[in-house]
Design a protein around this ligand. Structure first.
Ligand code: ZN
Ligand code: ZN
Length: 334
């Protein structure tokens, strides 16, 4: 392949398999860095984009928003990074900086925001472009593959944990990439974690216990004791009333995903007594900075299943079917 070309896994239409394509290698604009992708995590949001649950992707699209790589080229106004530095590229790719949300430090809610691997091309490729202002330095000695899931599963998990407040007894519904990171942060903070998995998933329960959950059971089971908060990672609306029933008065239920099936109606009494139901949307750059500083202190150890770039469809299929322990990560260099 010529030096000015790259491989990418491309979504041409929703609900179709990604196609391996050879494309021109992009050139950075003034504020952009061109990053040689070392690893790109496969997130449930990618599945929602490919499956058409999220309805406004750029097309054709290169998915992927958990990118770790090395800066290969910088635009003429880039001052934060130099060639050879390791950076992370997250979901939040650009914001307007001027709207009422941006001005109030809530850029995660910016209505003009652009998102990596959704409205901007992402990291299922040899190279990815990103605005330097939204990239993070990724230090540390761990490998690129192990760092990739921190960029979304970790970050959104962290924001969700903050939304859960000071909960000592924390329920996690869905024990995949995000939960396996959040349980480590939660334990580090002295919380007790109760893991709820899809019914019958003994592997996920064992995995949760290994990572320090004090209890692991089916999501159809009642919690063994009242919880102070619960985070729902699985995109399953039925879990909302289940989690509201599991939390004590004053408790919080956080919906962490970008998409969820319809929530069934439920009696007001399970919300009453100041229980709160909230969602988490996107991330701010501040979340990223805080979380990436915290990660080595925990220290967070991610469990990854590496796959070559060309096996992106297989990675998505495994995620859809729940056949993963931790996170799938694509390695374009392999
Ligand atoms: Zn804005
Ligand atoms: Zn994600």
């Amino acid at each position: 392949m010529a030096a000015d070309r790259m491989r990418a896994m491309v979504l041409e239409r929703p609900r179709q398999e990604l196609q391996l394509r050879e494309l021109p290698r992009p050139e950075p604009g003034a504020q952009q860095v061109l990053v040689r992708v070392q690893a790109c995590g496969v997130c449930r949001t990618d599945l929602h984009v490919v499956d058409g649950d999220l309805t406004e992707p750029k097309l054709p699209l290169i998915p992927g928003h958990e990118i770790v790589g090395e800066v290969a080229e910088v635009g003429r106004e880039v001052e934060r990074f130099r060639g050879g530095e390791r950076v992370g590229i997250p979901w939040l790719g650009w914001t307007c900086g001027a709207c009422r949300f941006c001005r109030a430090g809530r850029e995660n809610l910016c209505e003009e925001a652009a998102f990596t691997g959704y409205t901007l091309d992402g990291g299922y490729a040899d190279y990815a472009l990103a605005d330097q202002r939204y990239c993070f330095p990724v230090a540390g000695t761990s490998g690129a593959a192990e760092a990739a899931p921190l960029l979304c599963a970790g970050l959104i998990g962290y924001r969700s944990l903050r939304m859960a407040g000071e909960a000592e007894r924390l329920g996690l519904y869905g024990f995949g990439a995000a939960a396996h990171i959040v349980v480590q942060v939660a334990r580090h903070e002295g919380r007790r974690v109760f893991a709820f998995t899809r019914p019958g998933d003994e592997d996920a329960k064992g995995f949760a216990r290994e990572l320090g959950a004090v209890w692991a059971g089916d999501s159809s089971e009642a919690a063994p004791e009242p919880l102070d908060a619960a985070i729902i990672f699985a995109p399953v609306g039925e879990l909302v009333p289940a989690a509201l029933r599991a939390v004590a008065p004053g408790g919080t239920v956080v919906c962490a995903g970008i998409h969820m099936s319809d929530i069934p109606s439920f009696p007001y009494e399970i919300l009453w007594r100041e229980r709160r139901l909230v969602s988490v949307a996107n991330l701010t750059r501040r979340d990223g900075e805080e979380f990436l500083q915290l990660a080595p202190k925990v220290p967070i150890e991610t469990s990854v299943e590496p796959l070559p770039l060309s096996e992106a469809n297989e990675a998505l299929a495994r995620l859809r079917e729940g056949r993963l322990r931790g996170a799938a990560v694509l390695l374009p260099g392999v």
